[in-house]
Design a binder for this molecule. Structure first.
Ligand code: HEM
Length: 172
């Protein structure tokens, strides 16, 4: 019986041998431009803004920065959810994205990031936006900033290393 992992004696990878392995074009896109890539800038930037606002509150004691931190953490979480939904639909619909382990790694890291962003906003809403900042709020913000950096870097790896979400024809 022929071994499915070998052709003429040469080893083949059963995952990359799947018929649609090379279909990695984005389906959740506007004119071929992936919506996920358009959205991710918002949670990343707002996560960094939350850390910045917490730092300024710590430094100045001005309640303005605590309020800014509340808004930045909330919008980071909500835009993160939007980015997460667009990414998840892409992951489930596109066979070449679904087949790659790296896509699922990105999904797991991103969902962990979303849970930290949700905890940061929820803590501020329940504790009071000024009382929440020191020390727990600023620690959550620093943790979220680190996680956002890793998630963003890994998302870039999907695009630049695996060409996920890119168009093979250049026409979208
Ligand atoms: C929660 C589920 C998520 C899934 C399943 C997911 C999936 C993907 C996929 C498939 C790509 C490749 C490009 C595309 O097809 O659009 C990608 C790229 C990327 N993702 Fe995610 N993602 C998720 C959440 C996030 C979050 C929360 C962030 C950051 C806050 C993020 C940051 C990125 C970045 C920076 C890129 C590279 C975009 C580019 O350079 O074009 N992702 N993601």
């Amino acid at each position: 019986m022929a071994d499915e992992t070998q052709i003429d004696g040469a080893l083949i990878d059963p995952v990359s041998a799947q018929p649609n392995f090379h279909r990695t074009e984005s389906k959740i896109a506007i004119a071929g431009h992936p919506i996920h890539a358009m959205l991710v800038a918002f949670p990343i930037a707002l996560t960094m803004c939350t850390l910045g606002a917490d730092g300024f509150y710590w430094w100045t004691g001005d309640a303005f920065w605590a309020r800014a931190g509340l808004w930045a953490s909330g919008t980071a979480f909500l835009f993160g959810l939007l980015a997460g939904v667009s990414g998840t639909v892409e992951l489930l619909l596109v066979p070449g994205i679904r087949a790659r382990a790296a896509s699922w790694t990105h999904f797991v890291i991103a969902v962990m990031l979303l849970s930290i962003l949700g905890a940061n906003w929820g803590y501020r809403l329940t504790m009071g936006y000024e009382q929440a900042v020191l020390p727990i709020g600023v620690l959550l913000s620093a943790f979220a900033a680190g996680f956002a950096a890793v998630t963003g870097w890994h998302g870039g790896k999907l695009v630049f290393d695996y060409h996920i979400g890119t168009s093979s024809t250049g026409k979208g």
